[in-house]
Design a binder for this molecule. Structure first.
Ligand SMILES: Nc1ncnc2c1ncn2[C@@H]1O[C@H](COP(=O)(O)OP(=O)(O)O)[C@@H](O)[C@H]1O
Ligand SMILES: [Mg+2]
Length: 410
């Protein structure tokens, strides 16, 4: 019987059958052997035949074991976090070890127009191959060759089990390639989203700078000119003061001067809020100090800045993002927290800058943290993502909310 072509189950059945036979023969042979001593009997011949069969079965079982461990190793390699090219080379080495004649086996994998092969690979007439498909499209081919002739088996010199094996390996490779492709697409779209978000933020900031300048420079200057004109008129009118009919016009003009004054103030505030010049001129730490003063003025909530740094060593584009996160956090404190105290800490830890903003208010609810309606929080996360940072917000009911922003140093 040619055991090489048997499956594992068939082999185990055969082993059990033969083992029973050996036991039976041994039981009957012992008393007779004692009589006949070293004389060769037909039973001894039978026993030798069975032993030879057992040897063949063990060999075949060994082959099946090799195939199984080959599949196991390949699935492990495919789960390792190594580049696909490296994984493919490792897999080819494992494959040749699992074939019947490893010393004359070579293998090649053609995948997405790249070729990977073992050292001695060359085209021979003893080849077993399997195509690799992804999304119904052929993307590769796995080939195993014998470099020398070997006896015929199921498929040329190859075993039936080896056909199953190569098919299973091709299937594993297909799953791997599809998974990698999906991962790549996901990473690409993530990258695109990140770039898009960064682009949007840049445009927003540019617009803010533009509007802030227009307000401050153009509108501010025009208003100042208007105020000067009004002063002139007022002076002229005051010179004609004997004419009591003009008193009303003088009062009205005076009011207009006050009005223009308060418009100038508002324009300045709006321009500053839109884009604090201190951020561009003096850097992030000064801008945060300025923002805190504004916050206390507006809300009456106490706010303390604890920082061991002279200035925060962060590039300009990122510092705008960080400033906006702090600004939005403080606005949230005013709008949602009922807090009476805020502490902002800025410090460094090895290669990171950390910013903590902690209030003693009602505490953000867990459901608000990841709600799709929390657009302010979403914007903060997005900004943190742009500079490769991390944004965490935690709330404890009745105790307060804490934001932790981690910024990697460049
Ligand atoms: N400091 C805070 N204390 C308590 N609740 C907060 C705080 N910050 C945010 N929240 C809650 O999280 C929600 C989402 O915040 P945000 O995304 O900034 O949206 P918005 O401020 O427009 O409501 C808020 O509506 C509020 O319920
Ligand atoms: Mg908000």
């Amino acid at each position: 019987m040619g055991f090489d072509k048997c499956t594992k189950d068939e082999l185990i059945k055969e082993i059990n059958r033969l083992n029973k036979k050996v036991n039976k023969l041994e039981a009957s042979a012992i008393p007779r052997l004692q009589k006949q001593k070293f004389q060769k009997s037909p039973n001894t011949r039978k026993q030798n035949n069975i032993k030879e069969s057992l040897r063949k079965i063990s060999h075949a079982l060994g082959e099946r074991g090799k195939e199984l461990s080959c599949l196991y190793s390949i699935s492990n390699i495919l789960n390792e976090s190594i580049p696909p090219e490296k994984a493919f080379h490792k897999i080819l080495k494992v494959i040749i070890q699992s074939y019947q004649y490893p010393e004359i086996t070579a293998a090649r994998l053609l995948m997405n127009e790249s070729e990977y092969k073992t050292n001695k690979f060359e085209k021979t007439k003893w080849v077993q191959s399997c195509s690799i498909y992804a999304n119904k499209k052929k993307i590769g081919e796995l080939e195993v060759v014998y470099l020398e002739k070997r006896p015929d088996a199921f498929e040329g010199p190859f075993l039936k089990e080896e056909r199953h094996l190569i098919n299973s390996i091709a299937q594993l490779l297909t799953q791997f390639v599809v998974r990698k492709q999906t991962e790549l697409e996901l990473q690409e779209s993530r990258e695109q989203l990140k770039n898009f978000a960064a682009h949007l933020q840049t445009i927003r900031e540019e617009e803010r700078v533009y509007i802030s300048r227009e307000l401050h420079d153009n509108l501010g200057q025009s208003l100042t000119a208007l105020k000067i004109d009004l002063f002139r008129i007022l002076k002229k009118l005051s010179d004609e003061k004997e004419n009591s009919n003009l008193n009303y016009v003088i009062d009205q003009t005076q009011e207009m001067v006050h009005l223009v004054d308060s418009i100038i103030q508002s324009v300045r505030t709006i321009a500053r809020e839109l884009r604090p010049r201190v951020l561009d001129d003096l850097g992030l730490l000064s801008a945060v100090e300025w923002q805190i003063k504004e916050f206390v003025k507006r809300s009456g909530i106490k706010c303390q800045l604890i920082s061991s740094l002279n200035n925060i060593d962060i590039n300009k584009v990122h510092s705008i993002g960080i400033f906006r996160i702090i600004q939005e956090s403080l606005t949230n404190v005013i709008r949602h927290s009922d807090a009476t105290n805020v502490i902002i800490k800025i410090y460094e830890k090895t290669d990171k800058t950390l910013i903590e903003i902690e209030d003693n208010g009602c505490g953000i609810k867990q459901s608000d943290i990841f709600s799709s309606k929390s657009l302010g929080l979403l914007g903060m996360r997005e900004r943190a993502l742009i500079f490769g940072g991390d944004f965490i917000i935690k709330g404890t009911e009745g105790k307060g909310t804490k934001i932790l922003l981690t910024i990697p140093k460049i």
